[in-house]
Design a protein around this ligand. Structure first.
Ligand code: ADP
Ligand code: MG
Length: 518
């Protein structure tokens, strides 16, 4: 039985015959007095007007006009300078020297492993490197979701889990991978949280981000904790390099293109690193590296500036997070938070303007019920009726029926917030380019950095950047808006796919105790 169309006809099937009877519901609805129908229509239109006002206020509060972007990028440059001066970095940017002495050149050979602990996923992988000609001959990886209880547990629990996954993966090593006889397997460890490195293969956890909070690990050497867990499993594999995921991304970019100077992550969280002149790192006390260059991890997730367009939703997300007061930039840009900010804005418009007919969908008021991949799906809905938006509102929030105007508001909120995040990330990149004289504002070009043949490649990685086309487009547009035409042409944002994983294996190779070429 199905309710029929305009005639208010209820179809009923008897064998092969379909008859049409008047629907009681429809008949009753015809009796709605005119004054009441008018009042419902007026209410709807008033509620839509209020929703439009709230939307436009929110659009204003989140705006990132060029002037504001310039202020943000100038503040980023200033904070970078401050962070390079003092031991613990500036209040915001830690500017951590990474001890990476050799970026891969393409000459590396042999079998190398990597463990990549991000914010959402944890990957183990192996690559077989064949030198300049063959480069990456073979690669395999396995991705495992991190059980949520391990994010708030103990260091031993987390590392036992990682070591076991690694051991199981090593056990599946087969054809196409050739461990050098007599060599212990070597591993790069990408650890995407703030660490004060003490050498290329040791570092102390400063604090956790992205929803992790494992208190007993703070202040301890993360590689020692990992190697102890590997030892408990009795495996013969050693950590050759401890790597921030941004540095892995930079390394993966450099392996293919020597103009790569920056590594940027836009995934669960966000961060960036870049190649700096060693003599610009005033806080460095050890002898300078032979190369004269250093890779600095900004930890820009913790950047803040009075010019950041923060809204009520950012405030709420921050206050209710496990690290209130920290990581403001990350909380406005990173994939972990984007969906949640969109949800909070929609919930507010529902509450204050009766969006979705005032229907109180409990899911709409449940924190983190909307993840960022849904934001990008709704944002890329180009259908005339926004049918994908309707479907996601139903699937995620259990809101069964929506008007076109409501769906358009949802689409607009996704657009406003993706644009804001992308433009802020672009402003951050321009801030770094300015610091190394690659933004076209100075005539002394690379300020003594070696490879300055005109191009500056920014290696990009992370699920947000890789899978969110509008986000990428907004970033590119903002870079072009901020830089002169010539400078913009010389700056290339390049996806360094799985840079944090493969790049980390490449860094294990370029820091191998057996040398890079056998
Ligand atoms: P990690 O941050 O754990 O290293 P990734 O770089 O793969 O992992 O990023 C995962 C994050 O990327 C997810 O948490 C999500 O926020 C974001 N993401 C994944 N897929 C999409 C998508 N289709 N659209 C937008 N964001 C996405
Ligand atoms: Mg990652």
């Amino acid at each position: 039985m199905a309710i029929g169309g305009a005639l208010g006809c209820m179809s009923m099937s008897y064998g092969n015959t379909t008859v049409c009877v008047k629907s009681a519901v429809v008949v009753r609805s015809r009796r709605v007095p005119q004054w009441r129908a008018q009042s419902i229509a007026q209410q709807k239109s008033k509620s839509n007007q209020t929703a439009q006002i709230l939307l436009s206020e929110f659009r204003q509060a989140s705006a990132t006009p060029l002037q504001r972007l310039r202020q943000v990028s100038d503040d980023m440059t200033a904070e970078m300078h401050a962070g390079l001066l003092s031991e613990g970095g500036s209040q915001q940017l830690k500017m951590l020297p990474t001890y990476v002495e050799h970026l891969p050149t393409g000459d590396e050979e042999g079998l190398f492993y990597a463990v990549d602990l991000g914010g959402t996923n944890f990957r183990v992988l192996r690559v077989q490197l064949g030198g300049k000609e063959k480069r990456i001959m073979n690669q395999e990886y396995q991705e495992v979701a991190i059980p949520p209880e391990l994010m708030l547990g103990t260091s031993k629990e987390l590392f036992d889990f990682i070591a076991k996954t690694l051991a199981d993966f090593v056990a599946t090593e087969g054809e196409g991978f050739d461990a050098h006889s007599g060599h212990i397997r070597e591993l790069g460890f990408a650890f995407s949280f703030p660490v004060l490195q003490t050498s290329v293969k040791s570092g102390i956890v400063i604090h956790w981000t992205k929803g992790f909070k494992i208190d007993d690990a703070v202040g301890k050497d993360i590689v020692a904790a990992f190697e102890e867990a590997i030892g408990r499993k009795g495996d013969h594999i050693r950590v050759a390099a401890l790597v921030n995921d941004t540095v892995g991304t930079l390394a993966r970019g450099r392996f293919w293109n020597e103009d790569t100077m920056l590594g940027v992550i836009l995934g669960t969280g966000t961060n960036a690193c870049y190649v700096e002149r060693a003599d610009a790192v005033a806080k460095w006390r050890d002898p300078p590296p032979k190369s004269g260059e250093m890779i600095i991890n900004l930890e820009w997730g913790n950047f803040r500036s009075p010019h950041l367009p923060r809204t009520f939703a950012d405030e709420e997300v921050d206050v209710e997070s496990v690290n209130p007061g920290d990581q403001w930039f990350e909380k406005m840009v990173g994939g972990m938070y984007l969906g949640e900010i969109v949800r909070r804005v929609l919930a507010k418009i529902a509450q204050e303007a009766g969006l979705f007919g005032g229907s109180s969908s409990p899911k709409l008021f449940e924190p983190f019920s909307l993840s960022t991949p849904y934001v990008s799906k709704m944002h890329s809905d180009e259908s005339a009726e926004l049918t994908e938006v309707a479907k996601i509102l139903e699937d995620v929030f259990e809101i069964q029926s929506t008007t076109f105007q409501e769906r358009k508001i949802v689409h607009d909120v996704c657009d406003i917030l993706a644009e804001r995040g992308a433009r802020l990330a672009a402003a951050g990149i321009v801030g770094i380019l300015k610091k190394i004289g690659r933004d076209g504002s100075t005539t002394n070009g690379s300020q003594g950095l070696k490879n300055s043949n005109g191009k500056t490649v920014v290696a990009m990685d992370g699920g947000l950047y890789e899978h969110y086309a509008q986000f990428r487009a907004y970033m590119q547009a903002a870079i072009e808006e901020m830089l002169s035409e010539t400078a913009a042409k010389s700056v290339v944002l390049e996806l360094s796919k799985d840079g944090s994983g493969i790049g980390t294996a490449l860094l294990a190779a370029s820091h191998s105790q057996y040398g890079t070429v056998f």
